[in-house]
Design a protein around this ligand. Structure first.
Ligand SMILES: CC(C)(COP(=O)(O)OP(=O)(O)OC[C@H]1O[C@@H](n2cnc3c(N)ncnc32)[C@H](O)[C@@H]1OP(=O)(O)O)[C@@H](O)C(=O)NCCC(=O)NCCS
Length: 188
């Protein structure tokens, strides 16, 4: 298995939102970015640019790596952007990549990565002192025939907000569902 790279040891920043003691998450940063690059190359038929990886690192509290024991097996990469283009906010958290290596699927690791995002969104909204800094929606694209991912996101409360035609330039089918989850505003 290409990703069987030993980890340096438990970092105080790591978390485990699952009941499986072998699973832990670690924030994505410059020092472990190579792991995300390798995982994404195995998981997706798209080569992400360094600009995309820089955005993931900026959103480091949302973007994470997942380990099963010492093996890096999953990753989520996010960015924040204004919900309405041309405005300051509120924000949309956009999931650019979320994947778990096939042998480690159906163990709750994908859910752990998503659960982590939801927790961080709730914390962000709780701590925001200005409404423009709050996150009111989580969104992503999924290829229209990706049944596994569609079921996964629907089970976590995401809904299809539309289809974007020819979203994937070198993949067939090229159309994508836009999936969104509305985040309840914090009552101040
Ligand atoms: C979508 C994806 C991230 C899900 O990851 P995962 O680690 O398998 O996710 P989970 O284990 O949390 O949940 C997957 C399923 O396993 C089930 N499951 C979880 N733990 C389980 C267990 N211990 N025993 C049996 N089933 C289990 C869940 O109920 C879930 O079923 P459902 O989606 O039909 O409701 C993974 O399939 C993947 O990487 N796909 C390729 C990349 C991709 O398409 N990403 C989406 C676009 S960004």
């Amino acid at each position: 298995m290409a990703m069987a790279q030993p980890h340096r040891g438990m970092d105080p920043a790591t978390t485990n939102p699952t009941t499986n003691p072998r699973v832990r998450l670690e924030p994505l940063g410059r020092d472990n970015l190579a792991q995300a690059r390798r995982l994404n190359a195995l998981l997706f038929p798209v080569r992400y640019s360094e600009c995309v990886y820089r955005k993931m690192v900026v959103a480091g509290k949302f973007s994470q790596l997942a380990y099963f024991g010492n093996v890096c097996v999953g990753t989520v990469g996010c960015t924040t952007q204004p919900l309405v283009q041309g405005t300051m906010g509120p924000l949309q958290l956009y999931i650019m990549t979320l994947g778990v290596l096939a042998p480690y699927r159906r163990l709750g690791i994908g859910s752990a990565l998503l659960q982590h995002i939801l927790q961080q969104v709730a914390i962000t909204n709780h701590e925001a002192t200005d409404p423009v800094d709050t996150i009111s929606q989580i969104a992503l694209h999924v290829q229209i025939d990706n049944e596994e991912a569609l079921q996964f996101y629907q089970r976590h409360g995401f809904e299809a907000a539309g289809i974007e035609q020819n979203y994937y330039q070198r993949m067939s089918p090229s159309d994508a569902f836009i999936l969104v989850k509305t985040v309840a505003p914090v009552q101040q």
